[in-house]
Design a protein around this ligand. Structure first.
Ligand code: PBG
Length: 322
């Protein structure tokens, strides 16, 4: 007699489904991105990111504590400067917004892992991620500045820095600068595989970091390329990265899955602002069930091979998963 295999046997009831479930999401999977604004008492909601705020350092510390209380192990900080200029000089200032926020956070919630984004785009008047020479983002001139920014974050007490500029050689430059100053235990979460994506749109409003001329295709990766992702990851590993990130997440699940067997370091994926905005907008119109779609998209990212997920949904998801 022909035996019919019935996969449905293992789907009969939540107990069986639980038993055979391959991927589990937990609050410990999340890194929660936060925007540090200068001043005091600042809490400004970002237009295309409902529920996400620019926060001054004391309110940011409260928000981070709430996240830690939900079991989220880490936050990623972005800073907004008081003033932008051609070279983004405020990015490395010990009195900068991010540096202040880091000091406050490490004091208020010592066990929370604090990671800082290292980039110049929100600090430069032209909105590019590096120093401009002859109308172009100059790779090697930018490296020194990025290294100084990373050192200033380390001096403020950060646990890891996350360079997101996509200059060649920046992981090595930052590693060397940190080690020289005695910060050999400060880690590097590298945005190793970062695509030139239109999904960053809402973030650029949040960070006021849209390029004032041209675009970022001269330094971020071409969305058409997959093999190149392996090369980018390999370079950053060689240069001393501790964690490799893929960004964005949902449109690049193939890249996460492809990198997973190639990379023995932990792999992170960034569910970016546009991914968040799409779900929020559809939910607001009643077109999608927000919590279900949020959890399913996060699960998909983890199933593809990410060990950790940077997501603006971190708190909402953690509340449901706790
Ligand atoms: C800075 C940076 C960007 C993001 C993280 N770091 C924007 C960009 O490269 O234009 C995007 C994050 C998001 O969209 O949520 N270089």
């Amino acid at each position: 007699m022909e035996v019919l295999f019935r996969p449905r046997r293992l789907r009969r009831g939540e107990g069986l489904r639980k038993l055979v479930r391959e991927t589990l999401l937990t609050p410990a999977d999340f890194i929660y991105p936060l925007f540090a604004a200068p001043g005091k008492g600042v809490r400004q909601e970002i237009g295309a990111m409902p529920g996400v705020f620019r926060l001054s350092p004391e309110l940011l510390a409260e928000e981070a504590r709430a996240a830690a209380d939900l079991g989220i192990p880490a936050v990623l900080l972005f800073g907004l400067p008081r003033q932008k200029d051609e070279t983004g000089s405020e990015a490395a200032s010990p009195k900068g917004t991010v540096q202040q926020a880091v000091r406050r956070l490490k004091k208020a919630v010592p066990h929370l892992v604090v990671i800082t984004d290292v980039c110049l785009c929100s600090y430069t008047s032209h909105g590019h991620c590096g120093i401009i020479r002859q109308g172009e983002v100059d790779n090697d001139a930018t490296l020194d500045v990025l290294a100084q920014v990373a050192v200033s974050h380390a001096e403020a007490g950060v646990d890891m820095v996350a360079p997101s500029d996509m200059m060649d050689g920046r992981v090595a430059a930052i590693r060397e600068a940190l080690d020289e100053r005695g910060f050999e235990m400060v880690g590097i979460l590298s945005y190793a595989v970062k695509y030139a994506s239109a999904f960053y749109g809402p973030f650029r409003e949040a960070a006021e970091s849209a390029p004032q001329f041209g675009d970022r295709r001269g330094y971020q990766m071409d969305p058409a390329n997959a093999r190149e992702a392996i090369r980018e990851a390999a370079l950053d590993i060689e240069e001393g990265a501790d964690i490799i990130m893929v960004k964005p997440a949902l449109p690049y699940l193939d890249i996460i899955a492809r990198l997973r067997p190639e990379v023995d370091l932990p792999l992170a994926a960034y569910q970016v602002s546009g991914e968040y905005a799409m779900i929020k907008a559809a939910a607001q119109r009643g077109w999608l069930a927000e919590t279900a779609v949020m959890l399913e998209s996060l699960l998909g990212i983890k199933r593809a091979g990410a060990d950790m997920i940077l997501t603006y949904f971190a708190k909402e998801a953690a509340k449901l998963l706790k």
